[in-house]
Design a protein around this ligand. Structure first.
Ligand SMILES: *Cc1c(COP(=O)(O)O)cnc(C)c1O
Length: 409
């Protein structure tokens, strides 16, 4: 397996990009779908922003270093990765907050339109924050949550549904929704659509405008490698810009923030999605990650991600390893991860981490391995599969220290 892996690495057109990331010795990092690795250029860029732009430039840097334009500039660089136009995307806030703004904006649009639609349709088992962000609006009487299993979503689209809100690639299983088909069905039923691209952007090609999507959000610290708590991004299709009213009406979304007027007036276009002052350090780190992913290119990344996960499964098969796959077996039906179901998934994950193979555990029984294609090698796949085999065959996971739960899993 290792020899075959080395051949595949030698032929890999992306092999040189691994050197552009800082990866610790002795670690096989299979959690880039939760926190992306550190781009080698990030520390120097942050040093420059901190010492030069902040330390020397001080308040002048809002203009001279274009801090004021950072949210739009970084959003504009994310846009081509998700099939959007640069003026349709802004980098701001967290994914959770962007979900809130866009769910509320969609409800507002539906009130303007045909009357009483207030159902937000999603699927059970969607990422928790996506479901929780409906609750606050529900409490205020503005929204009503409806959940339907993925094979029933289209049936659940009736005349009460204001918004269909789904995560494109499921965080637990990696299963991919058909964005084109679901968007079309939602529109036919008079609903708007909001896609969460947290596990898609940077790992596979997304084409929001080809799918005619209305809204999207996504995370900056996963495949975009923006660092812990990096700003997220939000997309609004150009056709909705004029009618978009989001409830977090802060001064950075004002038409003229530095007019210091007493009255709110929304900015033109996507800028009205901003709320408060941009986190400049976070945006600077995110920009480095986005530039790198854009340079490698999402099509090449997706091709490699599929080859990596197929090779990982091949290794398991060659070694006769029998562990239940929770992800779709068909590479075209999943994102850049493989999830396995096992009652002792937590302890198995801890035993792997002790061996330097970092994946993660998702309650109650999922071992999740993410294959960030920008910096992983086929050799990592062969080695990680070998470690998994040993952990299972030697019952290593039964050791008591692997069964104690930490706060973050
Ligand atoms: C990671 C992730 C989030 C993260 O939201 P935060 O507000 O950054 O904590 C949201 N949705 C999905 C689907 C995710 O995978």
């Amino acid at each position: 397996m290792i020899a075959r892996a080395r051949e595949l690495d030698a032929a890999d057109p992306l092999r040189a990009f691994r050197a552009l990331f800082e990866l610790p010795e002795g670690v096989i990092y299979l959690d880039g779908n939760s926190l992306g690795a550190l781009p080698a250029a990030t520390p120097a860029r942050l040093e420059q922003v901190i010492r030069g732009e902040w330390g020397e430039g001080l308040i002048r840097s809002w203009n001279s270093a274009d801090w004021i334009g950072a949210a739009r500039r970084v959003g504009g660089k994310i846009a081509p990765l998700i099939g959007a136009q640069p003026h349709e995307v802004v980098a701001a806030d967290s994914t959770s907050v962007n979900l809130f703004k866009l769910i509320a904006a969609a409800l507002d649009m539906q009130r303007e339109g045909q009357g009483a639609r207030k159902v937000i349709l999603s699927e059970p088992g969607n990422f928790p924050t996506d479901l929780y962000m409906i609750a606050g609006l529900e409490r205020q009487g503005l929204a009503a949550r409806r959940l339907a299993d993925r094979d029933r979503l289209i049936n659940a689209l009736d005349g009460d549904v204001a918004l269909l809100m789904l995560t494109h690639v499921h965080y637990k299983t990696g299963a991919l929704h058909d964005m084109v088909e679901l968007t079309k069905a939602a529109h036919a039923a008079g609903a708007l659509v909001l896609w969460d691209l947290s596990h898609s952007c940077g790992a596979l090609p997304v084409d929001l405008n080809a799918a005619n999507a209305d809204f999207a959000v996504g995370c900056g610290y996963k495949y975009l490698n923006g660092g812990p708590g990096a700003p997220a991004y939000a997309f609004v299709a150009e056709r909705h810009h004029a009618a978009l009213h989001q409830p977090l009406t802060g001064w950075f979304g004002h038409a003229a923030p530095f007019a210091f007027s007493d009255d709110y007036a929304p900015a033109e276009g996507i800028d009205r999605l901003q709320c408060g002052t941009s986190p400049i350090l976070g945006l600077a780190a995110l920009e480095v990650g986005v530039d790198l992913i854009a340079e490698i290119g999402v099509r090449r990344l997706y091709a490699k991600s599929q080859a990596l996960s197929a090779f990982f499964l091949h290794c398991l098969g060659e070694w006769g390893l029998d562990i239940e796959l929770a992800s779709p077996i068909d590479g075209d039906a999943r994102g850049s991860q493989l999830s396995f179901r096992h009652p002792e998934a937590y302890a198995i994950c801890q035993a792997l981490i002790a061996r330097g193979v970092i994946g993660d555990f998702r309650d109650p029984d999922i071992l999740r391995l993410g294959f960030a294609p920008a910096y992983l090698r086929f050799e990592d796949m062969a080695e990680a599969a070998g470690h998994l085999r040993e952990v299972l065959h030697m019952d290593e996971w039964k050791r008591p220290e692997f069964r104690e739960r930490a706060t973050v899993t």
